[in-house]
Design a protein around this ligand. Structure first.
Ligand code: GAL
Length: 400
């Protein structure tokens, strides 16, 4: 509740700031679709605008997002853009169409534009060395946003507790099938993980498997395809089509004889969408298959209402932007950044300086927000964030 209230207040303050800025600021923005799209925005703050709207920041922020093809990144890009502008910063936002070399280029262009700070959600955590080294040479701090970049030029990491995203998915399956009380009963499950280039993907998968593996070892959970290792079940670029195709193959090979499938672990919503499509078109059984997800994408929330997907792990990316802004301001102002900051970010968050490393033995101080489980029973919680609305048909739409 407290967190929601703070978020709402921040959103309100942000909206007020933006409105206050509208009359006096000039804004120059150009944007094209995902093909290296760039939006440059000038906050147009004047010397005294800070006192009116609280917009005291000065400087230029480069915000590099991976792609517009996955729903959440559009939200991340716009929340970050809005919140930094409302705080007085000039912003450059790019989406790199899931193409790592394009992301290197986009970041290099930001450096050429003399950004003061970089916020980067990496397409491939190991493919940004050139751009990261150039940032370090230019003395520009880098915040790895949501996905860690494996380069020591990264100063801080802001994300959700990725491992717990996976444990929430695994535990959901355990509870929904009541595996604790299964006795001799066995259940069939299949697994779909995320993009191997995304540093988060193994965390999600390992979190889930740490919960599920004991039941697999005990024989209570069976994986008829035998596909259980991360590399085999991973999905390049989190592609819905790739997940769909693999699910169709598995259903055709292992379930066409009427074998019942009980659950399908999916690490996120875009892959869950593909798996659900395959279940709708290619699964012969009449039972409802438990399907997990992550992100709260609109199509998946609709599937949850319709009973096609069971749950999604929701990450409030507006809060992630709030935390990123606060951390950025502390960096730019040369303030001390330590565990106490996590308590003052205004969002539920923990400080972790051991779990993530940018290179062997080089821990990356991390601010990790808390993900939550959304099912058909608590969709109202999303509406309560102010970030979704519910139509008369019961389906949710993201406000942006
Ligand atoms: C992950 C991110 C997830 C999900 C996925 C696909 O890195 O943490 O929230 O969006 O990428 O984009």
């Amino acid at each position: 509740m407290k967190r929601k209230l703070i978020s709402a207040l921040l959103c309100g303050a942000m909206a007020a700031t933006m409105l206050a800025g509208c009359g006096s600021s000039s804004s120059d923005s150009s944007s094209t679709a995902d093909s290296g799209s760039t939006t440059t925005s000038e906050s147009g703050t004047t010397a005294d605008s800070g006192s009116a709207g609280g917009a005291t920041g000065t400087g230029k922020i480069g915000i590099s997002m991976p792609t517009q093809s996955l729903e959440r990144w559009n939200r991340d890009g716009s929340y970050l853009d809005e919140q930094f502008q409302a705080a007085g910063y000039e912003t450059i936002v790019t989406y790199s169409d899931n193409d790592s070399s394009r992301q290197v280029n986009d970041i290099q262009n930001m450096l050429a534009e003399d950004v003061d700070l970089l916020i980067v959600a990496a397409i491939d955590g190991e493919a940004l060395n050139t751009a990261m080294n150039e940032a370090a040479d230019a003395g520009v701090s880098v915040i790895a946003y949501d996905r860690l970049i494996l380069n020591d030029a990264v100063s801080y990491y802001v994300s959700f507790d990725n491992y717990s995203v996976g444990t929430l998915q695994g535990q959901y399956i355990v509870d929904a099938l009541d595996l604790e009380n299964a006795g001799d009963k066995t259940y069939n499950i299949e697994l779909t993980a995320g993009d191997p280039a995304d540093n988060n993907a193994p965390y999600f998968f390992n979190g889930a498997m740490d919960v599920l593996q004991p039941y697999i070892d005990a024989g209570t959970l069976v994986v008829p395809s035998g596909q259980t290792d991360f590399d085999t079940v991973a999905t390049a670029q989190w592609s819905t089509d790739t997940a769909l195709e693999r699910a169709q193959n598995i259903l055709g090979s292992y379930y066409a004889d009427g074998t019942q499938l009980d659950a399908w672990l999916c690490s996120n919503d875009s892959t869950a969408l593909g798996v659900s499509q395959a279940l709708t078109s290619d699964y012969a059984g009449s039972n409802t298959v438990i399907v997990t997800g992550q992100d709260g994408d609109e199509a998946n929330l609709k599937n949850i209402v319709d009973g096609i997907q069971s749950m999604t792990v929701y990450k409030n990316v507006s809060d992630e932007a709030v935390a990123t802004l606060a951390l950025s301001e502390a960096i730019l102002n040369g303030e001390t950044i330590d565990a106490s900051m996590a308590d003052n970010l205004g969002v539920e968050c923990s400080y972790d300086d051991t779990s993530y490393e940018t290179s062997d033995g080089n821990p990356c101080p991390s601010f990790l927000l808390v993900p939550t489980v959304i099912t058909a029973d608590n969709l109202q919680d999303l509406v309560d964030t102010g970030l979704y609305t519910m139509g008369d048909d019961g389906y949710l739409s993201a406000v942006q």
